[in-house]
Each structure stands twice: as structure tokens, then as C-alpha cells.
Design a protein around this ligand. Structure first.
Ligand code: F6P
Length: 344
């Protein structure tokens, strides 16, 4: 009888999950394993819900956004007894290994299951936020930023026609990578990221200068930027099962737009790209990256490298300890702050 690998995808979906599942299934079958899909992330492992997976089933999913396995933000460590349920499902399904595809939260759970229960677990790095350590990139990021860049360019057209300041709010949670790459690629005049409190005087000056030159300006902001003037009541924040603040109602783009309009007297509009940047077909880069980390995960299973995550490190696909990838986020650093000074 063939040994069985369970595959799950957890946390926010992103383009690249399907190619990664496919890569893992193709690799696993090549090495003599069979695969089964655990549906809806850790929730599926708690509840024991599965779906079949094979080379035939996954053949044409490489071009599809989202995840064919479904996902959730369920944290089994949040409810007493749920970790035991995960371990029981692993046993009941007769799994030899579990491949968990996700970001810091999903892989944080995988890290603990390996550390505390020596579960045969392998991680695969995904997230549009690109904030996982020890991998150069996570799949989902390239597609999301490409979409955000296109949205920013569209805003430039209408902003230039109406002689307005346009503000685009993008996702990315606690890391400013999405805002930063979008701003650079769309020739923004100012970018706001959570790693650096907005210097309002500097921002207003740069916008006024840009407007004086070309009669429009573009600002890209992360959903999690801090505007001192926004006057938020932080005690009212809703959080998810991993303790992350839910940012969707925060309206940072709108706060920044009204601040700019008040300070400059220039008509200003804001737009939020939201979940649109997380759906749709993966870019070529994400299809390749996801396929390769999926294949590498199957290789790590074959080699019994439990507690490892497949990663892209300087053009090579390697295994790295899961615990080095989770716990601390990879955020925008000083090197990039210096570049921002040059570019914006
Ligand atoms: O972590 C990915 C992400 O898209 C973040 O950028 C964003 O803050 C969050 O998920 C949104 O989560 P949800 O889809 O649960 O609203």
C-alpha cells in the first residue's frame, strides 16, 4: 500500500495555491506516494473533512486563483481539544505526512505540531503579504502586486484628467511590501507603510511639489499605515483567531485622502482594491515559484525532513527549519527606507 500525504491550505487564499498543490501532488506521485486534500485549512484537520487529490484532478489547476482545497483562519490552538482532534484525524486518515501551505499563522501551527508532537509535517510558504522569513519570496505576492500596480495606473489616468490627488489603499497587513512595490512600480509620489509612521509634513510637501509639476499626484498606502491625525480608538478593534487585527473597516486610504485634501486644498479621492488583488489567475512568476516549492515539499517528505519548509533562497529551492520562518515577520527594513528617500 502507498504511503499517504495530506495537503492543506490555510489563512488568506492567494494566487499560487493551486499550482503549489499540483506541484506537490505531481512530486508525491513520482516518489510513490498518494495524496489526499484536507479541506478548509486546519478546520478540515480538526473535523476530518477531505477531498481526493491526484495528478488527473490537479492537471489544469495551475492557471486558477484561490485554492481548490478551500481555506479558513481556524487556529486549532485556540480551542481546547482541537489539537488532539488534529492528531486523531492524522492517525485516522492513515497519513504518513502532512504538507501545510500557508503564511505565518498556518505555518506557526505546523511548527508547534512538529515541536510538541513530532508530527511529520512539512511547510510551504504562501502569502500575498510576502512577510515570511527565510524565503526570498512567497507566492501570491507577485500576482497581488501586479494587480495593485494596474489599479494604481488606472487611478493615475483619472487623477491626471481631473487634476486630483489619488490615494490607493492596498492590503499587506503588518508588512508594507505590497504598498512599497506597488508604489515603486506605478511611479507613486508618496508611499505609506506600517513600518514607518507617516511624516505628515514631508508627505504634504512632496504631494504639493508633485502637484505643482504635473497637476496630479498618486499616493499608495498600506491598510495598516499609521496616520497620527486619524484619531483611532484602538480598543475597539476586532481580531481573528490568531489575534490579528481585522483591518478591512479601518479606511486608511480615506483617512489619508481627507487629510491631504484638508492640508493642501487639492481635490483628493481614494480607492481600495481590497480582495480583488487576492483573486484571479497567478502570474508566470507565481506559477513557477508555487510549482517549485510544491515539488520541493514532496522531496522533503521523501527525505523525511520533518519540521522543514520549502523555500526559495537565492535562486535555489531548499528546505529550511519551519521555526526560522515563523514567529517573526519579515518587514520593510532600513535598506528600503533609504531607497524610498530616493524614489519618492
Ligand atoms: O494575509 C493576507 C491578507 O490578504 C492581508 O493582506 C489582509 O489584511 C488580510 O489577509 C485580509 O483577511 P480576510 O481575507 O480574512 O479579510
Amino acid at each position: 500500500m502507498k504511503k499517504k500525504i495530506g495537503i492543506l491550505t490555510g489563512g488568506g487564499d492567494c494566487p499560487g495555491l493551486n499550482p503549489a498543490i499540483r506541484g506537490c501532488v505531481y512530486g508525491a506521485e513520482k516518489y510513490g506516494y498518494e495524496c489526499v486534500g484536507i479541506t478548509d485549512g486546519w478546520k478540515g484537520l480538526v473535523e476530518g473533512t477531505t477531498t481526493p487529490l491526484s495528478r488527473e484532478i490537479t492537471e489544469y489547476i495551475i492557471m486558477k486563483g484561490g485554492t481548490m482545497l478551500g481555506t479558513s483562519r481556524t487556529n486549532p490552538y485556540k480551542v481546547e481539544g482541537n489539537v488532539d482532534k488534529c492528531l486523531a484525524t492524522f492517525k485516522k486518515l492513515g497519513l504518513h505526512a502532512l504538507v501545510a501551505m500557508g503564511g505565518d499563522d498556518t505555518l506557526g501551527v505546523a511548527t508547534k505540531l512538529y515541536r510538541d508532537h513530532k508530527l511529520n509535517v512539512i511547510g510551504v510558504p504562501k502569502t500575498m503579504d510576502n512577510d515570511l522569513n527565510v524565503t526570498d519570496f512567497t507566492f501570491g505576492f507577485d500576482t497581488s502586486v501586479t494587480k495593485a500596480m494596474e489599479a494604481a495606473q488606472a487611478l493615475l489616468d483619472t487623477g491626471a484628467s481631473h487634476h486630483r490627488v489619488m490615494v490607493l489603499e492596498v492590503m499587506g497587513r503588518h508588512a508594507g511590501w505590497v504598498a512599497l512595490y506597488t508604489g515603486i512600480a506605478a511611479a507613486a509620489d508618496y508611499v505609506c507603510i506600517p513600518e514607518r509612521q507617516i511624516n505628515t509634513e514631508e508627505m504634504i510637501k512632496k504631494i504639493k511639489d508633485a502637484y505643482a509639476r504635473k497637476k496630479y499626484a498618486l499616493v499608495v498606502t498600506s491598510e495598516a499605515s499609521e496616520l497620527p491625525a486619524a484619531g483611532e480608538d484602538k480598543s475597539k478593534h476586532a481580531v481573528d483567531q490568531f489575534g490579528h487585527r481585522i483591518l478591512k473597516d479601518r479606511g486608511m486610504g480615506e483617512h489619508i485622502a481627507s487629510f491631504i485634501e484638508k492640508q493642501t486644498g487639492i481635490e483628493t479621492r481614494s480607492a481600495v482594491i481590497g480582495h480583488m488583488q487576492r483573486g484571479g489567475a497567478p502570474t508566470l512568476f507565481d506559477r513557477m515559484l508555487a510549482t517549485r516549492v510544491g515539488l520541493k515539499a514532496a522531496e522533503l517528505v521523501r527525505d523525511g525532513q520533518w519540521g522543514q519548509m520549502s523555500a526559495l533562497v537565492g535562486n535555489k529551492y531548499v528546505g529550511v527549519p519551519l521555526e526560522n520562518a515563523t514567529g517573526e515577520l519579515k518587514t520593510v527594513n532600513k535598506e528600503w527606507f533609504d531607497l524610498m528617500e530616493v524614489l519618492f
